[in-house]
Design a protein around this ligand. Sequence first.
Ligand SMILES: *Cc1c(COP(=O)(O)O)cnc(C)c1O
Length: 395
Amino acid sequence: MNPTTLHPGPGGFYGEFGGAYVPEMLWPNVKELQDHYLEILEDPAFLAEYYRLLKEYAGRPTPLYPAERLSQHYGTHIFLKREDLTHTGAHKINNALGQILLARRLGKERIIAETGAGQHGVATATVCARMGMHCTIYMGALDVQRQRPNVERMKLLGATVVPVTSGNQTLKDAVNEALRDWISHPGETYYLIGSAVGPHPYPDLVARLQSVISEELLWQFPELTDRREPDAILACVGGGSNAAGAFYHYLDNDRVRLIAAEAGGKGVESGETAATIALGKTGILHGCKSYVIQDDDGQITEPYSVSAGLDYPGLGPLLSHLFVTGRAAFHTVNDDEALAATLLLARLEGIIPALESGHALALLDKLSFKPEENIIINLSGRGDKDMETILKRMG
Ligand SMILES: *Cc1c(COP(=O)(O)O)cnc(C)c1O
């Protein structure tokens, strides 16, 4: 196994992907983080506080649930890692808590973040309230309209939501505004990124914080079975943070197959898709080199998926590296397939998953597993936020 799979090498590269491609004015901020993040993350006092908050505030460890009726339906053993049961209802809280503790240790007083669907904005506003820190969330003006309940949650939590009216008024434009803010207020501001994307060290930082998911699997899985490790772990990918977290401690264990579902939207050929691996070419997005959906002129294409959390035109560098080295397999799941899998889980197990997680569940229809195999699906979040979309599609 390539030793750079788990941790990036010099300059933050996983093979050819990663790095820190930022404007010169941003370099001091990024360098400060690069110089300090590992020493802080590995500090026993930091870890003690992080794990205490994960337990007492976020509700960890999350259960590993043997899904009996789903297992019967597919004729294999299926376990669900219940990130949907965390505070705020998705894995994003793991990352937000870790980064805000890091920000405090760096002496920062003000947090900024970008958000598309609003899920990361809510997680960030939540931890800012908990820590008593100022919170400014940049969000495309179109997304502000489309994601009203999340905007209201952020405001209720005390955050300032700034609608961004440049460009397409979506996530890409929100990221640009957040970066502009960071350049203008370098001393006191921490930029809290929501997925395993962005300039080095963010992809590694976020993967390490989310790795608590597979750290728990290491002891939970053997407790439930007579096996040491599962045969496969399945996760959906937007930027790649829940997948990175669920795969992390198994990356060097070739007996475990790692399988990712990316959002096909209305179909890879439809022009309305977020299937980065299926369509993408190598490019630079948000300060790192990775797979990116772009047109022939290298312009980033506006992505689409029924699930707002997968609606991202890029992919984190670790996941891109896992793809090109063959360590992880990628499949495209379209809107309809994810919706069907979401409904099936609701009816068979009484769990309404996020539509993002529905993409991972839909892999069960595309792949075949043997009756004796054990499959873990990372259930990245709960579906309350998607009720309107789900009901509309059910007609
Ligand atoms: C944001 C989100 C995702 C996608 O983000 P990753 O960084 O790829 O994990 C997946 N599931 C849920 C529930 C989300 O909120």
